[in-house]
Design a protein around this ligand. Structure first.
Ligand code: BGC
Length: 401
């Protein structure tokens, strides 16, 4: 039986019924897909088959680099981090300027803020995209910290220091400012998952730069989240929405802004499972309409990652099976599934506007890899010399293809 023949209806129902051979081959195909979607300079195109996504987002790219590190592809990850270093260098004047103006008390128009995404050559794109999204800078710092850890580097390379310090200062200055969320929406709110990325980035930068002030800024972010959660009895989506959001899964893994036994976080996870499950996968949030709001591999794998973190391996394998069952016959993994039946009106509206949803989404492969590695590590079957699930090193696999 292959996974395609048995689709779970709720996270965790597959349990131990896993087809390791298929998981392994999809794992290697995922590494190959991310590498295929990386430019010579190191950027990851968010999706080559979807015109709106022909850019590199700090958010998608930083999770993708993390996945490559988990899979042993450290050189490719290093190339991404150098690319970010170059991209941040190119906008250093903008970052310094907005920090200074904020310190002077100026109200800043979101359109002048540092970008969330860049052209593949590392230059900032000038268009009407909702650019003011600070989460990507936090996710980058966290991902860089993981890269250095995975490659056994104790000190931050000299050439990266100023970008790290600049990104951290930017986050510390704007951490509590309303900005667009990880879905590039709702620019007038402060979002819990954005705060989690900011916390993860600031805590990493504090460690890398040995800077106690940055750690204090991270602590302020954590206190804000915790205070809000006390008030609502769970971690709400944002200052303007007391629902939950799938991206809040990252509060624990990877950003560590909450503890696993935090009752408000446990209630948040229960609400995500209860309100956002669609045919076994996880949607972004209740009132989402983007392409009819299907379930996202990125989020379903994130739930699986969360399950591994709390020791629920059956649940994690259920999520893995769901993601695995959504690769197409060509080995491509798209952005979301099921929106066309859930909400055909909005699905059609978006298709008319932007064409079919992305079928080859770099970030989706990344989260599949992250989940496979988390499960394998938790089960203790990982061959640490190869960092791969099949015993072949990922670069060996790439050489063959
Ligand atoms: C998502 C973002 C993502 C971007 C590129 C958008 O639709 O909302 O989270 O960074 O696509 O994949």
């Amino acid at each position: 039986m292959t996974l395609n023949e048995s689709e779970p209806t709720a996270p965790g129902v597959i349990g131990d019924r896993v087809d390791r051979g298929r998981f392994n081959s999809l794992f290697h195909e995922s590494i190959a897909a991310i590498l295929r979607n990386q430019s010579d300079e190191g950027a990851f195109i968010a999706s080559p088959d979807f015109a709106q996504y022909h850019f590199c987002w700090l958010r998608d790219g930083s999770f993708s680099a993390f996945a490559l590190d988990r899979a042993g592809e450290h050189d490719a990850s290093a190339r991404y981090h150098s690319w970010v270093n170059y991209a941040i260098g190119g906008i250093s004047g903008i970052i310094d300027d907005v920090i200074e103006r904020r310190i002077q008390g100026e109200a800043l128009d979101p359109s002048i803020m540092p970008p969330a995404r860049f052209a593949l050559d590392g230059t900032a794109v000038v268009d009407d995209w909702p650019n003011f999204q600070i989460d990507g800078y936090g996710t980058w710092l966290w991902s860089l910290g993981e890269h250095l850890r995975e490659t056994g580097k104790n000190a931050i390379p000299r050439e990266l220091r100023s970008s790290v310090a600049r990104a951290a200062r930017y986050l510390a200055t704007f951490s509590m400012s309303p900005c667009y969320d990880v879905w590039e929406e709702s620019g007038s709110a402060v979002h819990s998952s954005t705060l989690a990325s900011v916390y993860g980035g600031l805590a990493t930068a504090a460690r890398l730069l040995d800077d106690a002030d940055l750690q204090s800024s991270a602590d302020v972010v954590r206190e804000r989240l915790s205070r809000d959660a006390q008030q609502h009895g769970l971690y709400v989506k944002s200052s303007e929405n007391d629902g939950v959001d799938g991206s809040e899964l990252w509060l624990l893994a990877p950003f560590g802004v909450v503890e696993a036994d935090d009752v408000n976080f446990i209630r948040t996870i229960a609400a995500i499972e209860d309100r956002l499950t669609l045919n076994g996968g996880i949607r972004r949030y209740s009132s989402d309409v983007y392409f009819g709001s299907g379930a996202w591999p990125v989020l379903t794998a994130s739930l699986g990652w969360h399950y591994v973190t709390i020791g629920n391996l059956d649940g994690a394998k259920g999520c893995l099976a769901w993601v695995a069952s959504h690769f197409d016959a060509d080995g491509h993994l798209g952005e979301q599934f099921g929106g066309e039946l859930r909400d055909p009106k909005h699905y059609d509206e978006w298709v008319e506007r932007w064409g079919q949803p992305a079928k080859d989404l770099t970030w989706s492969y990344a989260m599949y890899i992250v989940l496979v590695m988390a499960i394998e590590e938790a089960e203790g079957v990982l061959d640490s010399s190869s960092r791969s699930v099949s015993g072949k090193s990922s670069s060996q696999v790439r050489d063959r293809s």
